[in-house]
Design a protein around this ligand. Structure first.
Ligand code: SF4
Length: 377
């Protein structure tokens, strides 16, 4: 049997949790799940009293549990300094798998194990912010990164498009999405024909031609901004009162609710020049998300993952636009804060987002025309 290679995303080994010093602790603002083995360990170990201090509920129809708290509230196992009582009393190994591993993500394939990091953690964003080059995944044994696994080859093509220089990020995201849709439409294509199709997207001129084609679409900037404004308000509706996000969302939501779209649109082009200065950092965050999440042997799942990453990007861009309109400026700290917020609101909430998209658009996958309408203004 061949030895499985381990690959790690840039900065993987540098990550260190800052616990009580973290301003966006992962112990607050979402559900905290407890795997079956950890639950049984806690229940059977009578010398420990974890289950006396916290109520645990079972997910319906699953062998998995969660800590019974309001989604937006902090974990009841945190002490008043923000430190975890389980870690203090019993050590890290006593935590549930989710708490032990976050923000680390592991994906295992037939020929490799990949370790990456979630952008829902502020320390991960700090590490990406210090990078001077492009985010990448490298092999521990320095062997060839080539893989025969089809989904890895497809993901490589997405990353190749996104790392092309001198194209706008939104253009590259649309072309990546279109490539995945093309693969879905031609699902019965033989593997060699599919790989040939993927190769086309590694060619800069081919990508340029496609971008040119989409750029030819006539998009009314007022209509597009009005749609994004409504989408933004719908997506953040359940989060604007969540303690962790309140400070980020309060002013921009208030502004979005009361704004005049025409006046807002007149500031869009100036804002985009400022926003584009942060492209290299945002691109690295998107690549990091693609490595972690945009990987499945079901092409529709892969499309949905990319769709969520595109929505996160559009919500980041728009919330910063609102912030720019309110404060007349944005800075790197704002970018990190909103990347983190939408990584949690959208990226870590796929089921709720899917329901939202299905209810609003009648399908799990958005039409490319609609994505162009909201992305390419
Ligand atoms: S979000 Fe990251 S840095 Fe903050 S407590 Fe969680 S793992 Fe630690």
């Amino acid at each position: 049997m061949n030895k499985i290679d381990t690959l790690k995303i840039s900065n993987y080994d540098k990550f260190k949790c800052i616990a009580d010093k973290c301003k966006f602790t992962c112990c607050e603002g979402w559900d905290i799940s407890v795997d079956n083995d950890t639950y049984n360990k806690w229940e059977n170990d009578k010398s420990n009293n974890i289950l006396n201090n916290v109520k645990i509920k079972r997910y319906e129809g699953k062998d998995e549990y969660f800590i019974n708290k309001e989604t937006n509230k902090a974990c009841p196992l945190l002490d008043n300094q923000g430190l975890c009582n389980i870690v203090k009393d019993h050590g890290e190994n006593y935590l549930s798998l989710t708490c032990q591993s976050f923000p680390r993500i592991e994906n295992v394939f037939e020929d490799r194990r990949e370790l990456s990091l979630s952008c829902a953690c502020p320390e991960v964003l700090e590490l990406i912010g210090r990078e001077t080059g492009k985010t990448n995944i490298t092999s521990e044994s320095n062997t060839s990164l080539e893989s025969n696994v089809l989904e890895i080859r497809i993901r490589e093509a997405v990353i190749s498009i996104l790392q092309q220089e001198n194209f706008l990020l939104e253009d590259k995201l649309i072309i990546s999405f279109q490539m995945l849709l093309t693969i879905l439409e031609n699902e019965n294509l033989r593997k060699d024909a599919l790989l040939e199709e993927l190769e086309k997207y590694k060619n800069r001129d081919y990508v340029k031609e496609l971008i040119h084609m989409y750029k030819g679409m006539k998009i009314n900037i007022n209509d597009s901004i009005e749609e994004v404004n409504n989408l933004f308000l719908d997506i953040v509706e359940n989060y604007k009162e969540v303690h962790l996000f309140h400070i980020l969302l309060k002013d921009v939501v208030n502004f979005a609710e009361n704004t005049k779209i025409k006046k807002l649109s007149s500031k869009w082009n100036d804002y985009k020049i400022i926003f584009d200065q942060y492209n290299a950092f945002i691109e690295n965050c998107i690549i990091s998300k693609i490595f972690s999440n945009c990987i499945s042997n079901d092409i529709e799942e892969m499309i949905i993952s990319l769709q969520m990453i595109i929505l996160e990007y559009l919500m980041l861009r728009y919330s910063l636009f609102l912030k720019y309109c309110v404060d007349k400026e944005i800075n790197e700290e704002d970018i990190k804060n909103y990347i983190l917020a939408f990584s949690r609101i959208i990226g870590n909430n796929i089921d709720a987002m899917m329901e939202f998209i299905r209810d609003g658009f009648g399908d799990d996958v958005l039409e490319i025309g609609y994505l162009c309408f909201i992305a390419l203004a």
